[in-house]
Design a protein around this ligand. Structure first.
Ligand SMILES: Nc1nc2c(ncn2[C@@H]2O[C@H](COP(=O)(O)OP(=O)(O)OP(=O)(O)O)[C@@H](O)[C@H]2O)c(=O)[nH]1
Ligand SMILES: [Mg+2]
Length: 636
């Protein structure tokens, strides 16, 4: 086998009746009109498809209707095309939909094309020559300037070979759509096939898909399995970007999948109702007022939208500006997608542009940096774009969100993030899943936390450190847990704090006691040491001290932390020496009297009161020195 054929999608814009469908039939052998009504009326209403394999190129033709009422269908078919075959009848020359369709192709950013001057059998050579000159003038300054203009007749077959050659030439110059990206296919048709079930078709605009794969139907977010695939009318195991593709989907009624929806790699494309974009108004359009209603077309979707102009009240014909679209319904678009805007009424094409942020936030008065942000992400390198996105979100941004907003692969997000981390521009506060934060925000958080830790030590000289939870509350919900954790770890790495269990302590802070505190500490310890197992109540001990109870309580805490005293229950504290005698006592008892001991015997043995005997025994159980069986203990 030779190398895989190149797959190219050709669209055929042109005015009604200029011979688009007939030309496709002449080129491919397939007449693309398929609806009963189309055949009866002799016009194209909806999209039609045909295929041609020629000179190592697989052409997928999308035949579009020329009628002005069906421009919306034309739009659904034109968004994924690589190559324009502009059809102009020699006997009619340039007509309104020649202009409108051509405007649309320009706005959609199509790069290459061929012009077919059709029905040459109906005019003489001079007349055809005149239209040719007119066309050369018409496309001047556009992507079609200098493109081949080929006279053809579907009736006599004159010029067909030359047209095929011209298409082939142009096809060779086209860089194919990328197949190693996330898969996306905007649906343009959905129907049921007997014995197979639901089939959706569309132009596969990015990535590839294999039979058996799982895909996500958007905006519904439904996971579905691909049962089978066809491209160019043949069953295949795999289809890739640049191919007209029919996908047999399991587990869905054909009516539940519709034009305007998308099937895609699960989790990698988002639905949206708010888009930031660059909008260009056609010179022929009317002025566009802020908050105007329009029809928004992207991919195969069409939705009513309100246009919010940034920093201006209106947009003049021919101007371009950053705008925000508030859509009446969910659509699926990615950064860089082209769209078309049509006037609300009467419905005519007024402009189009490029999606810059498919998951835009609602514009607010406070957010006065939006335009600067859009400038950065429109022109910037990957690093610029990522940094700008991360900087705009003080909570940080996940890799998943960056994928949804940029259309990059996750590996590309990670590589870009690595570059930026090296330059200390952003910080990965979590690696898995990747969560990115602006370095400045990270540093501020760390600074704030450290200030709080310092203040805590000043306010609480007798406490060893601040509990993490209290510290967490200081920064509140504007800092994610991952950021909080990473900031503490950073402070620890810089040797500014130590993290011990739940406590965070500033390095270098030791608890220093005043002389009366030292004396109190001594007194407390002595009181418990003297008492042995016949421990006094904590209250009594503290009451005898010269310092106030709050401070006394803290000193008690210090003794417990130093493990001089052991707290057995909320009410019960022993000196460690007293507890230290217990294992010996129990072992002696075991040797002379046996391994079982009841509560009364335990009381006698230790001299402890009943009130304290039970909690102490429970403590011994926990320490695995004894084990409870019924009312008795077994000495272990
Ligand atoms: N004489 C002559 N007639 C042609 C030629 N090409 C198309 N026609 C006729 O022109 C009419 C319109 O052709 P279509 O191919 O349906 O035109 P279309 O551009 O697809 O029209 P819409 O899809 O409705 O926009 C038909 O009657 C065709 O037979 C041609 O090269 N020579
Ligand atoms: Mg037609």
């Amino acid at each position: 086998m030779t190398t895989a054929a190149k797959s190219i999608i050709v669209g055929t814009p042109g005015h009604i009746d200029h011979g688009k469908s007939r030309l496709i039939e002449a080129l491919t052998g397939t007449h693309p009109d398929r609806l009963e009504e189309e055949k009866r009326r002799g016009i194209t209403i909806d999209l039609g498809f045909a295929f041609l394999e020629e000179g190592g190129v697989r052409f997928g033709f999308v035949d579009v209707p020329g009628h002005e009422r069906f421009v919306k269908n034309m739009l659904a078919g034109t968004s994924g095309i690589d190559l324009v075959l502009l059809v102009v009848a020699a006997d009619e020359a340039i007509k309104p939909q020649t202009r409108e369709h051509f405007d649309i192709c320009k706005l959609l950013g199509v790069k290459r094309g061929v012009i077919a001057l059709t029905k040459t059998d109906l005019v003489d050579r001079d007349a055809a020559e005149l239209v040719r000159l007119e066309l050369e003038e018409f496309v001047k300054g556009s992507f079609l300037e200098g493109a081949p203009i080929v006279g053809v007749s579907a009736k006599t077959a004159e010029g067909l070979a030359a047209l095929k050659n011209a298409l082939l030439d142009e096809a060779q110059k086209i860089t194919e759509k990328q197949t190693e990206r996330y898969f996306r296919l905007p649906i343009d048709r959905s129907f049921a096939v007997k014995g197979f079930g639901t089939v959706v078709t569309g132009t596969l605009i990015s990535g590839h898909i294999a039979s058996g794969a799982e895909v996500e139907l958007l905006p519904e977010k439904r996971l579905l399995r691909v049962r089978g695939l066809q491209t160019g009318g043949k069953s295949v195991e795999r289809a890739q970007a640049g191919q007209r593709t029919a996908v047999n989907l399991a587990g869905i009624e054909h009516s539940a999948a519709q034009r305007g929806m998308v099937i895609a790699t699960p989790g990698r494309f988002g639905k949206t109702r708010r888009i930031d974009a660059r909008l260009q108004l056609l010179p022929s359009a009317a002025l566009l007022k802020n908050r105007a209603q329009v029809h928004f077309h992207a991919g195969t979707a069409e939705v009513v939208a309100e246009v919010l102009l940034y920093e201006r009240a209106e947009l003049l014909p021919g101007e371009t500006a950053f705008v925000h679209f508030r859509l009446a319904d969910d659509v699926v678009v990615a950064r860089g997608d082209r769209f078309i805007v049509r006037q609300f009424s009467p419905v005519i094409t007024m402009g189009g542009g490029e999606v810059l942020d498919p998951l835009a936030r609602r514009p607010t008065r406070k957010d006065n940096r939006r335009v600067r942000f859009l400038e950065r992400i429109e022109r910037g390198s990957r690093e610029d774009v990522l940094q700008a996105m991360v900087e705009r979100n003080i909570l940080g941004v996940s890799a998943q969100e960056i994928v949804l907003r940029t259309g990059w692969m996750e590996a590309e997000v990670r590589a870009t993030a690595d570059n930026l981390s090296k330059d200390a521009a952003i910080r990965a506060v979590s690696k898995e899943p990747l969560l990115l934060l602006a370095e400045t925000v990270f540093q501020e958080t760390a600074k704030k936390l450290f200030a709080r830790i310092e203040a805590f030590h000043k306010e609480n000289p007798l406490l060893p450190g601040i509990p993490r939870e209290d510290l967490r509350a200081v920064v509140g919900r504007r800092v994610r847990t991952e950021t909080f954790r990473a900031a503490l770890e950073e402070l620890a790495k810089l040797n500014k704090v130590t993290l011990r269990g739940e406590l965070v302590k500033k390095v270098g802070t030791e608890i220093t006691l005043t002389s009366d505190e030292l004396q109190a500490k001594e007194q407390i310890e002595q009181a418990f040491a003297r008492a042995g197992l016949a421990v006094p109540s904590v209250k009594e001990v503290l009451a005898q001290l010269a310092i106030e109870s709050k401070r006394a309580e803290k000193i008690l805490q210090i003794l417990i932390r130093e493990q001089v005293l052991v707290r057995i229950s909320p009410e019960l504290i022993f000196h460690r020496d007293a507890l230290g005698k217990l294992p010996g006592l129990l072992q002696n008892y075991k040797k002379s009297k046996g391994e079982r001991i009841g509560v009364p015997t335990f009381k006698e043995l230790t001299g402890i009161t009943r009130k304290y005997a039970i909690p102490l025994l429970e403590y011994l159980d926990r320490q695995r020195l004894t084990r409870r069986t019924g009312d008795e203990r077994v000495i272990l």
